[in-house]
Structure formats: C-alpha cells, structure tokens
Design a protein around this ligand. Sequence first.
Ligand SMILES: [Zn+2]
Length: 139
Amino acid sequence: MEKMKCPVCGAEDLGDPSHGMCNRCWWYLAPDGCGVDFGYLMYRIKTYSDGVRRMEIRPRGFWSESIKVSEERENFSDLDSEIKVDISWSCGGVDGTLNPVDTAISFRDAMGFAIDTAIGWRNLRKKEAEQDRLNDKKD
Ligand SMILES: [Zn+2]
C-alpha cells in the first residue's frame, strides 16, 4: 500500500487518515478550528468570552504553534482594565518537511507576521481605550 503524504505540509505520518491531512494540520484547519493556511504559515485566532484574543502561528516546517500573539488584561477580573499585547515564541521542533534554511526563513517570516499582528492589535486597543476616555468625559 502506498503511503499517503499530508497534502498541506508534506508530512508522511498522517495520524488519522480520515481527515485527509496530518493531525497537526488538522488542528489548525479543521472546520471548527477556524485556522487559515497562509502558505508559509498557518494560524488560528481564539477570542475568549472577555474579548481578549490569542493567535497561534505554526510556521511551515514546524510541528506546533511556535509563535503566539496574545492579549491579556492588566487585571483579569476587571473587564475595564487595560489590555496588553504580548508575543512569545519557542522552537517546538521542526517536522522535517523543509530544508533547514527554508525552515528558518519560514520562522523569520512568521515572526514578522506576528509582529505586524501585535502592532495592529495594540493600536486598535489604544484607539478603543481613547474612545472610552472620551465617552467617560461626555457622561
Ligand atoms: Zn500536515
């Protein structure tokens, strides 16, 4: 029997073949995962009940969400407290589907994407906070 390759990342171990892709790609791209395949990376954004967001980025060539952009409330129990944006990263291990240089390039590009996202989220939160201050003055 011919071994199937993941059509998304090229991994040879699919895990559950009924998904039609490997388990790692399925984690991002399952219909309920709301992930996006961007070519050099995959990402998914979760929005929590208090409105803060968390983006998990898997650069092509990596196993897992190596880069995260996350929002956190300064005081998690106060819904009016300021929201800070953070970026974190770790290797998480490579999946061997790209050569080492292309793997590094994909990580670099994904990091740029994460930084742009973080700046966009931070600017949006600043705008929202300024609007809240203006609304408070009117009351
Ligand atoms: Zn895959």
